[in-house]
Every structure is written in C-alpha cells, then in structure tokens.
Write a protein that binds this ligand. Structure first.
Ligand code: CDP
Ligand code: MG
Length: 159
C-alpha cells in the first residue's frame, strides 16, 4: 500500500517560479519527499522517459517542451501515492482540470489551442500514471542510493 511515485515540475513550472507553491500542495497532503533533484534532460532522455509517446503526433512538441529548461524531479512516498498524486495534479488538459487541482488552478489552455500551434500542452507537472509506470520512472530518474528512508510527523498519524 505504501508506494513511491515520480513527479516532475516541468520547465513551465520552474520558469514561472511556482515550484514552492506546487511542492506545498503535496506536502500539505502528507506525502513524503524521499528524493529530489534538478535536472536539465536532453532529447535522448526525453525519449526514454516518454517511451510510450515517442510515436505519437504530439511527441515532437512534448520533447521540445520537456527539454527547454531544467525540471525538478521528486520521488514521493505515501499510501497509494501514485493515485493520490494524480488526484492532486488533475487531468492532463488544464482546460478540463477542475479547480483545486494543480493543472486546473495554475493553467487553463486546451488541446485544441496547443494542437493548432503544434506545441505540447504546458501543464506544469508530470506524475506517474500507475504503479507499474511509477516503478520504471523512479528507477529511471533516481539511483536507489539517492532515495531516503526516514520518518515524518505524518507517519504517526496515518500508519
Ligand atoms: O502527463 P499525463 O500522464 O497526464 O498525460 P500523457 O497522456 O501521459 O501525456 C504526456 C504529456 O504529453 C502531457 O502531460 C502533455 O504535456 C503532453 N501532451 C500533449 O501535449 N498533447 C496531447 N494531445 C497529449 C499529451
Ligand atoms: Mg502519462
């Protein structure tokens, strides 16, 4: 039940200087940071991370987007962390992401708008989609020795 999941604050979140506000949302929910780093990935790494999307029409724009500046990579740990993080992040398209979610609160544009421009939808965050994806992505972004086991105040309240 205790899972680890990968979150990326994409280049738009970093360049808009809202990393702290976004991290606060996960922190408030009691998720534990077990790994964190800033990385400027290249196109090869993008193809590894987005292996499932490389053949899709939107991939070219996505690669341009994810490599345009550094991202902040975080490995979170918590009860059903994969699902809980996705709930906090919200649906992929900011236009349809409800208020209260990160994508719904900090962006508003649509696939319709970005597809016409041939650009990726700038939706601030990446979050692993399911537990299998999370295992692969955490291993891709973090060495086991860079992930930490420690207690937080939440451990006493939820475990
Ligand atoms: O990030 P998420 O898992 O919610 O969505 P995805 O379907 O795995 O797509 C990965 C990323 O590709 C999205 O977060 C968008 O940034 C981008 N994307 C896009 O620009 N246009 C699409 N039609 C679909 C995805
Ligand atoms: Mg995905």
């Amino acid at each position: 039940m205790i899972e680890r999941t990968l979150v990326l604050l994409k280049p738009d979140a970093v360049q808009r200087c809202i990393a702290g506000e976004i991290l606060t949302r996960f922190e408030r929910a009691g998720l534990k940071i077990v790994g964190l780093k800033m990385v400027w990935i290249d196109k090869d790494f993008s193809k590894e991370h987005y292996a499932a999307h490389v053949d899709k029409a939107f991939y070219k724009g996505l690669e341009e987007f994810i490599t345009l500046g550094p991202v902040i990579a975080i490995c979170y740990e918590g009860v059903s962390a994969v699902e809980v993080v996705r709930k906090i992040v919200g649906p992929t398209e900011p236009k349809t992401a409800p208020p209260g979610t990160i994508r719904g609160d900090y962006a508003h544009h649509s696939y319709h708008f970005t597809d016409k421009k041939g650009k990726a939808i700038r939706n601030l965050i990446h979050a692993s989609g399911n537990p299998e994806e999370a295992k692969v992505e955490v291993a891709l972004w973090f060495k086991e020795t860079d992930l930490h086991t420690y207690g937080t105040v939440h451990d006493g309240h939820v475990l």
